[in-house]
Design a protein around this ligand. Structure first.
Ligand code: 5GP
Ligand code: MN
Length: 337
């Protein structure tokens, strides 16, 4: 499967892996499809290379990605992690799809307790906002997904992908390219996807599980959300807002999967930038930005200490809802052509 371009850092990782047996893999909070698929795929690849590899997450894996889990992952409070003996401590940690160390959330506070002293940090990511932290850096913002960089690592290690790993990595590419529709969809990710299908990935089954089995309540809520749409800047900016009460009405347990809702904000004529603002706490809002290509939303969210890609980025904004919306819209206005 030599379809991947050689990537800087993957040779250094191969060398570093030669002298370690126990590897820890971490990713960003609220793991999306690329994060989930990439960490699971990488774990399988490292196991195939004869290593012990574990994934530790700060948050649960969304139900729509559960079918990708071949073996349970660990969470921050896991007894297995708190009872590690000296000989069990991990010798290297690989951050995947995290633009900064802090993106792994609560994992970061405890990380040092699970690692041998001086364990090297590896940074595998494709965010343009990645700050190149770590001892071994495999970062390429030209790649549509972190999964493609994981495939480079597999290629460097000479590991043949099983159909299970191929499914995990395919799901990652599928979701981070918005089903091969976002502006990042290029010949490299399509070639990688083709190689994964050759290795046994099942595109139709994966798409079905991720996109076509959402709870009916999701669609009822979406109906309400669509009616919150407001247009600004001559119809070039679209804002959709989700107050907490609305979610509580439909999902009283608070377990609401809002991934993908933001896509509806950029699916209409004339739109350049779409924003989905979701209340997550008292005076706390998470904003997801999408661009149709002319505006670099990653630069917009910098004003709110966020990060991401040119066409998809996010941040947290604090204050009363109307003020949050106004600050966001004003910021977008500065960047529209
Ligand atoms: P989403 O809108 O789907 O949550 O995120 C879009 C992209 O921006 C993803 O690649 C995600 O990792 C990144 N992103 C979202 N929120 C943040 C944030 O608060 N900080 C950083 N650094 N990246 C973010
Ligand atoms: Mn990603």
């Amino acid at each position: 499967m030599n379809v991947m371009l050689p990537t800087e850092g993957s040779e250094a990782l191969k060398e570093a892996l030669e002298s370690v047996d126990r590897i820890l893999i971490v990713t960003h909070v609220n793991p999306d499809g690329d994060a989930v698929g990439s960490v699971l795929g990488l774990r399988g690849i490292l196991e195939a290379a004869g290593k012990r590899a574990e994934v530790v997450l700060a948050d649960d894996i969304s139900s729509k990605y559960q079918f990708l889990i071949d073996r349970p992952v660990l969470h921050v409070g896991d007894p297995l992690l708190s009872s590690l003996t000296e000989e069990d401590l991990f010798q290297i940690v690989i951050f995947v799809d995290a633009s900064e160390r802090e993106r792994v959330g609560s994992v970061l506070d405890r990380l040092h307790t699970w690692l041998v002293e001086g364990a090297p940090e590896v940074n595998i990511d494709h965010h343009i906002s990645n700050n190149r932290f770590g001892d071994i850096v495999i970062v390429d913002p030209e790649r549509a997904s972190s999964a493609e960089l994981v495939m480079c690592v597999a290629q460097e290690l000479g590991i043949e992908l099983t159909s299970g790993i191929a499914d995990q990595l395919f799901a990652a590419i599928l979701t981070d390219t918005g089903r091969f529709q976002y502006i990042n969809t290029d010949e490299h990710c399509l070639r990688a996807a083709a190689a994964l299908v050759e290795a046994g990935a099942d595109p139709s089954r994966i798409a079905q599980r991720i996109y076509l089995e959402r709870p009916v309540l999701f669609y009822k809520l979406l109906g309400h959300l669509l009616s919150t749409i407001e247009l600004y800047h001559d119809g070039r900016t679209c804002v959709m807002t989700m107050p907490r009460e609305l979610v509580a009405n439909f999902f009283p347990d608070g377990n609401m999967d809002s991934e993908g809702i933001v896509d509806f904000t950029v699916q209409m004529e004339n739109i350049e930038v779409g924003i989905f603002i979701r209340q997550t706490g008292e005076g706390v809002y998470r904003a997801s930005f999408r661009s149709r290509g002319t505006v670099d939303v990653q630069r917009i969210v910098k004003a709110f200490s966020g990060g991401g890609h040119e066409s998809a980025a996010g941040c947290e904004v604090f204050g009363p809802q109307e003020e949050v919306k106004e600050r966001i819209v004003t910021e977008v206005g500065k960047w529209l052509p």
